[in-house]
Design a protein around this ligand. Structure first.
Ligand SMILES: [Zn+2]
Length: 316
């Protein structure tokens, strides 16, 4: 006697939930699939007239969505340089203006990228790890882990991102497999930009300084938190121009380039991290510059094509 009533109630609840689902979500458009290369970056947009908020999650990482015009939300999603090629899932939680929630999914196809291999030598002290250097390396790892542990939820950056030094990438490109003093080492997790000693290094975008320090591998280092899980890093600096906790505006000088840490000569190592994925910082110039170019196309100005000089660098 009880079973049918229970079933009935359950079915009624299911019907109500399906109906509510359809009504609350309204018309939502979102990409069903997206592609991203190892170390690459893609912008995901979700829109719907009734949308009030979008939350994203990929594996264990929160993906921050920010308002991108009326009824539209966008997020940057990156694939780690060593992300396994294949499918990954971005789960979306949508909240309507009325407060109702619904879920969507974006399938990410992570594609493998052919990275270069490079071989170089460093002084033996940098290669053979003595107990003292092991302590130094542990201190470095802890400092960076702490800096990355808490990104502010508020997005501080805006398009476009700036190249931190005016120079081009050097021979040591992002993702290259490194052979140091004859032994295989970790992939290169940044892009090296040529920079003569003492070149002013500027903040690629607005952010909060979350780390300033001298370390074994990275040398003089500055890390900026741009909010929403996005960080940029500036290594091998000879001098600092900022302090931890400071808020910087894009273009502000954060330090001077140098040859500190494990290096073979002066240059700037520029790194980026998004939701704990190590991505190629040049992607920030390429992908976000595209957005700003689009915006400028819609409202033509005198320098509508000025930012195009970063294009055509498809190798990086
Ligand atoms: Zn480097």
């Amino acid at each position: 006697m009880k079973a049918p009533g229970w079933l009935c109630a359950l079915m009624a609840a299911m019907v109500a939930s399906v109906a509510a689902h359809a009504a609350d979500a309204g018309k939502v458009s979102w990409p069903k699939t997206a592609e991203v290369l190892q170390g690459g970056l893609v912008e995901v947009k979700v829109s719907g007239a009734d949308l009030a908020a979008v939350e994203g999650r990929m594996a264990n990482e929160k993906i921050y969505f920010y308002p991108d015009g009326p009824g539209s939300f966008a997020a940057l999603v990156g694939a780690d340089v060593e992300a396994k090629p294949g499918l990954a899932k971005l789960s979306l939680k949508l909240t309507s203006r009325a407060g109702a929630q619904s879920h969507r999914e974006v399938l990410f196809k992570i594609k493998s990228k052919a990275f270069r291999e490079e071989s170089f030598n460093v002084p033996p002290g940098f290669d053979h790890t003595s107990p003292e250097t092991l302590d130094e390396i542990r201190r470095e790892q802890t400092a960076f882990a702490q800096a990355f542990a808490a990104s502010g939820p508020e997005r501080l950056w805006n398009a476009p991102f700036l190249r931190p030094v005016p120079h081009e990438a050097s021979a040591s490109s992002f993702g290259s497999r490194r052979i140091v003093n004859g032994a295989p080492r970790a992939r290169h997790s940044g892009t090296d930009l040529s920079a003569p000693m003492g070149t002013e290094v500027v903040a690629s975008n607005n952010g909060r300084v979350v780390l300033v320090g001298n370390f074994f591998f990275a040398g003089g280092s500055v890390v900026l938190d741009h909010g929403g899980g996005l960080f940029t890093m500036y290594f091998h600096l000879s001098e600092f121009r900022v302090e931890e906790g400071e808020i910087v505006t894009k273009g502000d000088v954060v330090g001077l380039s140098g040859a500190t840490g494990r290096v073979t000569g002066p240059h700037l190592h520029w790194g980026a991290r998004l939701a704990n994925a190590r991505i190629d910082p040049l992607e920030l110039l390429k992908k976000i510059a595209d957005e700003s170019t689009k915006a400028k196309d819609a409202k033509p100005g005198p320098n509508a094509t000025e930012k195009n000089h970063d294009k055509g660098r498809s190798g990086q």
